[in-house]
Design a protein. Sequence first.
Length: 278
Amino acid sequence: MGTIVSVIALAHAPGATGWLDKAPQHEQDALRAGYAAMGERLRAARPDVIVGVANDHLLNFPMESIPDWCVGTAARWRGPAEWFRDWVNIAPYEVAGERELARHIVRHAGRSGFNLAFSDRLEFDDNWSVPLKFLTPDYGVPLVPIHMNCVVPPLPQPQRCYEFGTVLADAVRAWPAQARVAIMATGGLSHDPGGPRYFAVDEKFDRWFLELLGTGDAQRVLRELTIEKMIAAGDGGTVELLAWIVALGAAGGRAAQTDFYVPSVPLRCGMGGVSWAV
């Protein structure tokens, strides 16, 4: 059976790799240190595979037909997508998939009330390229990417995201293979890509959200973290935190530890990461 050895969530903003030099030195140092520490802990957990959950930036699906979740079932993945390479400043890479686990997740979720889309063809942008560059720079850990809709209404509600996280964790534990599995959510924190608050960070919201995750009160999180509140902190970007709610569900609603937080206006995003004890 699969064993969950790590549950984490972290920002994937392209500025972390694309234009980090535009940030003040102290922000650069804090970001590098934060990502490095998360990478060290992830690698110390010795995962055989990472199951990732991140928003799709309208790269793979038309606006009129976006699934809540789409599981990547390919045996191998390539990134970044050509259009994004200069933007994220990451060289082309390849990472193995885990086809059997991906297909198992789709089947298990279907039996649990979640009919998931699946695809052998998903393109990657900053959603996977940024965290993999920092956490597994040799791309040596296979990835099952799960793309989710955090952009186009109707969005999956926080309660539904939490429930999917519990089903995802159950699916991993029910996988017959003896494997160590890390669950990684990416996206957020506050940012407003292309919107009126593009060059602003809502530090107050970010710190409130991180403290809320640290309470260990999952029902309070689901009550207070509304989609409207996330949109107010940055439309089109902050709602990526729905992926973090999937991770919260996978962690059984436990309290999250904030590993780092850097409110970086030059990077146009509140940057941070958390981890859950499993």
